[in-house]
Ligand binder design. Sequence first.
Ligand code: PEP
Ligand code: MN
Length: 343
Amino acid sequence: MIVVLDKHTERNILKNIESFIRSSGCELKTTVFNGCTAVSVSEEKASLDKKALRELPGVSSIINVATLFQYVTRAFKQENTVISLGDAVFGGDDPVIIAGPCAVESERQILDTAFFVKEHGAQLLRGGAFKPRTSPYSFQGLEEKGLKLLQKAKEETGLLVVTEVLDTADLPLVAAYADVLQIGSRNMHNSKLLRAVGGQDKPVLLKRGMSAQLEELLMSAEYIVSEGNERVILCERGIRTHVDYTRNTLDLSIIPAVQKISHLPIIVDPSHATGRRDLIEPMSIAALAAGAQGLMIEVHPDPDRSLSDPDQTLSFAQFATLMKRVDLFTSWSRTHKNRLQTE
Ligand code: PEP
Ligand code: MN
């Protein structure tokens, strides 16, 4: 249950509402979103007199929602969350394309990639500086040097930057360079990190844990939003199954399923989902057909020499072809949508 307060409610009025809720033995958490205060009640007890609560000064409305995730639901907010970043609008009419290497490796590599993907329609540049590698012996990223190279690429191309934060200790450093903070699959359950990114003002790209269920993904998003950061972009990146011909299994049905429950935008990363270059294009188009509001694609000037994830990384020529198909599909679906609306 969420208690939404009147705008500009004074502190003593909020305190009175909080103690009324607490006195019935319920747990609560207060969040301020752009000047609007809400109190979420997570452990609703029968002893809570909702009628009396509704009549307390300062209470604007009470929204009945499931207890484990609340702010991310359409019950709390019906309309889609729209996140505008430069030319990119997550949750807008057209899909947002994030492209770049798996990891930042050198100035030449990131600059060449940034210029190329921008010229071919990407709106955001990706590139890991802190890499979550499965083996401790694999390339771990250039860390601060990588962040500085991303900044250079941003200055030269104007592309905003998406990069991963692995740990709360790195957050101030990464947030100083990133335009979007990525939480990787391996950290989707790291509640301390989720809370920390929820407490700062950069948008967050939250990747689905590789074995996470839909509700677990939404609960992780709730950790971020309930700290006051509403700008969360969900990302489906495949889950572990028994298949052996792809790195993961791309779960496209989660897109409409999430969109039914949640107002947050959701995009797809077909690179990590498939682990195979030849499957990126069909899965990108399939993701858009399923309603994905964006794509994140790994691209490298010389993919075979990529220090991480070479098998799933596109060459420049492959990325250019992909973008042509994405554009064709996007204009086809726009026409189709218009036609359906006028029928
Ligand atoms: C990445 O996008 O750089 C990455 C490591 O992906 P994931 O967290 O989905 O494995
Ligand atoms: Mn990668």
